[in-house]
Design a protein around this ligand. Structure first.
Ligand SMILES: [Zn+2]
Length: 374
């Protein structure tokens, strides 16, 4: 038998979702709908961060419950009000945490119709297979796409040169870049380790027309982008002791700048990017300051060590050692960010280097006594 009342009850159950028996109001509860949507995303991301397995962000976002999708749809139909504006803003930001770009865009478009300033503050977003770029500010048309092409090329260069298996501190989650247009660049770009579910690079720029480097003030943004990825991949020691004396990201940064510039010499991809004149592995080799024995005692010592390892086991060998430590899964994690030690790195090189002579040469580098000449 089918009666109206049982059918109505079934609908209420579906609309209410897990554990909630009352059907939400069709209109007027913007804050509750935003909470429903934001919390559903947080739950998926939290569970993924605890046990990432092999799940990709694309698979993860497909699991967003129907209940949360319906909440956003209701919110998009709300009449303009400060509460609805705040709710739309919250949902747009949350959508970016799960690579839900169409949701971000619908919330953005709806917000534009009744709070243009709030919509402008949200910026725009672009998703690519390995990352999401959010751009805040009045960027020239096409800026974001070109930036994304460059960032893709930088990641591919890292693949070719080092072959790191994982970039994000939470496996499966895309990287994030937060580009923001400022009147002038006062803070350098930085790897922001505080986000719970992904690795994010904060990147201020001042030229709305194009990503050019160095800037008229001499800031090397292209190198900066390559450098920050070095931090995303590996930190050293712990939060107090920077065991690499900040040479690791410098080493990977100059290596990638040189590789990309050589590889894409006459390509439009590298147009306006001239950092290689000042930032390259070739330049580092010639620096008098780096003419010290390899060691872990100082910035030049670590740089000399990394360059010597680059020559002995190759950058792929360095990448394999880091991948070995990740597979082992014993490295220190602070806020899920990977922190390695040079003692572990040496052990990983011992385990992964294939050629016995090269292995011995690489390990000898760690034993170089101060004062000996390479
Ligand atoms: Zn740095």
């Amino acid at each position: 038998m089918f009666s109206f009342s049982t059918r109505h009850h079934a609908l209420a159950l579906i609309a209410g979702g897990a554990g909630v028996l009352l059907a939400p109001k069709a209109r007027g509860d913007a804050a509750a709908d935003a909470t429903r949507y934001v919390q559903a995303i947080a739950r998926l991301n939290d569970a993924h961060a605890r046990a990432p397995g092999a799940t990709t962000e694309e698979q993860l976002r497909a699991r967003l419950p129907q209940d949360a999708r319906a909440a956003l749809q209701r919110l998009l139909g709300e009449k303009p009000s400060p509460a609805a504006a705040a709710a739309l803003e919250q949902c747009a930001v949350a959508a970016l945490d799960l690579d839900l770009i169409p949701d971000f865009e619908s919330a953005h478009v709806r917000l534009q119709t009744f709070d243009a300033a709030a919509a402008a503050k949200l910026g725009s977003a672009l998703s690519r297979p390995r990352f999401i770029v959010r751009a805040i500010g009045d960027f020239a048309p096409g800026y974001l796409g070109k930036f994304a092409d460059l960032f893709t090329a930088i990641l591919e260069a890292y693949d070719q040169v080092f072959g790191f298996a994982e970039f994000s501190k939470v496996p499966g989650k895309k990287l994030r870049v937060r580009l923001h247009l400022e009147p002038e660049i006062k803070q350098p770009p930085h790897f922001a380790p505080e986000f719970p579910w992904h690795s994010e690079i904060d990147f201020p720029v001042a030229d709305r027309a194009a990503f050019r480097s160095p800037t008229p003030q001499g800031q090397m943004l292209f190198y900066g982008l390559c450098h920050e990825l070095g931090h995303v991949i590996a930190m050293w020691g712990d939060q107090r002791t920077m065991e690499d004396h900040h040479s690791w990201a410098h080493y990977t940064g100059v290596t990638i700048v040189e590789h990309l510039t050589t590889q894409h010499k006459d390509s439009p991809l590298l147009e306006g990017l001239n950092d290689v004149r000042w930032r390259s592995l070739t330049a580092e080799r010639k620096l008098p300051a780096n003419a010290v024995p390899p060691s872990t005692q100082s910035a030049p010592g670590v740089m000399a060590l990394l360059i010597a390892l680059h020559d002995e086991v190759g950058p792929r060998g360095i990448g394999e050692a880091i991948n070995f430590l990740d597979r082992e899964g014993k490295s220190r994690r602070i806020n899920r960010v990977r922190y390695y030690t040079f003692a572990d790195f040496k052990r990983a090189l011992t385990a992964t280097a294939k050629d016995p002579a090269k292995k011995k040469a690489a390990l000898d580098l760690f034993e170089t006594k101060p004062g000996t000449k390479r």
